[in-house]
Design a protein around this ligand. Structure first.
Ligand code: KG4
Ligand code: ZN
Length: 340
């Protein structure tokens, strides 16, 4: 069964053809990085315009690379949220139009859930539950208990910035382009991660929730001086900036790792599944594997960490097969959808 997966919730225009939920025949991603670079984050109006310009081309390329015609598609899966409304609407309307004109079933997929599926689809036979799910992206920071594909219990989430967003904002303070995560990782390589004692916020009575805004402000004052503003000139020498990048990176990842440890010590999970753009970080992988060795850890394969259509197609297929239902053409775009 061939599923077309369409993803336009943020700043990647992506389409993929996946066979039987796991076999990725094509995974085309048009990244808007160059468009948003100078803004230090995603510029929503420019994002939707770019999706509109590229979506048909991206879908055509996904079909060509998979060597199938559009008539051979069996199911159309689309991320209908969470994300930026104007962006989601482009992918959603294209998906509906295709479903209607080709007379194929349509299924809406939760983008965050798809990030978790990205680390499962590679070895679906081995997937066991209950497992711990960790989504670390530009828009989301979530810890969930995975009871089954499609069945989750929320454990913790960010109460302010998402972890990737914090990296993107600290990058702006360090005069680095968007997306900030990879830039900070590069800069941090030659820095001393113990030079600055940064620590992320604690959320009262919610040991599994995250808060990055205090950490971000601490980093801001370190780079720009007390009461300094985001666009002020840095008071630090270049070498100190490397130390700040390394110390910030260590503090944020330590926070995630401490919460993962807390969760796996509290309950017997079979495995940990991670997803989202931040899981591209080699440093995070190294730090997590150094701390946890008694439980299998699954990461998305290269090309499946950042937003992509394959995770949407794969999860859409699973949902379709499991629930034996499809969505109607009234399917709504949702800027927020809880996982549970
Ligand atoms: O999953 P994703 O493509 O978008 C959302 O669904 O939000 O993730 C993008 C995020 C950006 O914030 C980017 O800075 C972050 O992933 N990122 C990283 C790294 N590579 C990408 N963060 C930290 N370290 C990295 N190496
Ligand atoms: Zn994402």
């Amino acid at each position: 069964m061939y599923t077309l997966g369409i993803e336009t919730t943020c700043d990647e225009t992506a389409a993929s053809i996946v066979k039987d939920g796991v076999d990725v025949l094509s995974n085309i991603i048009f990244s808007q990085e160059d468009i948003h670079k100078k803004y230090g984050g995603v510029f929503p109006e420019l994002a939707s315009r770019s999706h509109l310009e590229n979506i048909i081309y991206v879908i055509d390329k996904a079909l060509t690379q998979a060597n199938i015609t559009k008539e051979e598609i069996d199911l159309i899966a689309v991320a209908n949220g969470p994300g930026l409304l104007g962006s989601i609407l482009i992918g959603l309307n294209v998906a509906k139009t295709l479903a209607y004109s080709l007379n194929k079933p349509l299924i809406g997929v939760n983008h965050i859930e798809a990030h978790l599926y990205a680390s499962m689809m590679n070895d679906l036979e081995k997937v066991q539950f209950p497992s711990l799910g960790v989504v670390l992206s530009g828009g989301h920071t979530e810890l969930v208990e995975i009871l089954d594909i499609g069945k989750y219990v929320s454990i913790g989430k960010t109460i302010d910035d998402a972890i990737g967003e914090a990296f993107d904002k600290v990058a702006v303070m360090l005069n680095l382009p968007y997306p900030g995560g990879p830039e900070i990782e590069k800069l941090a390589k030659d820095g001393d991660e113990n030079r600055y004692q940064f620590s992320p916020g604690r959320v009262k009575n919610s040991p599994f929730d995250f808060s990055f805004s205090g950490l971000k402000t601490k980093v801001l004052y370190t780079i720009k001086g007390q009461q300094g503003k985001k666009h002020d000139k840095s008071i630090l020498k270049d070498i100190e900036k490397k130390h700040v990048a390394a110390s910030f990176q260590k503090a944020s990842f330590n926070d995630v790792i401490e919460k993962i440890l807390l969760a796996i010590n509290k309950k017997d999970y079979r495995a940990i599944y991670l997803g989202g753009g931040v899981t591209k970080s080699k440093k995070l992988k190294e730090m997590l594997h150094n701390r946890i060795s008694n439980i299998p850890i699954y990461w998305p394969e290269p090309g499946f960490s950042l937003d992509n259509g394959a995770m949407i197609a794969g999860l859409g297929y699973q949902k379709f097969i499991k629930t034996k239902t499809q969505d109607s053409l009234d399917l709504c775009a949702k800027t927020r959808i809880p996982l549970v």
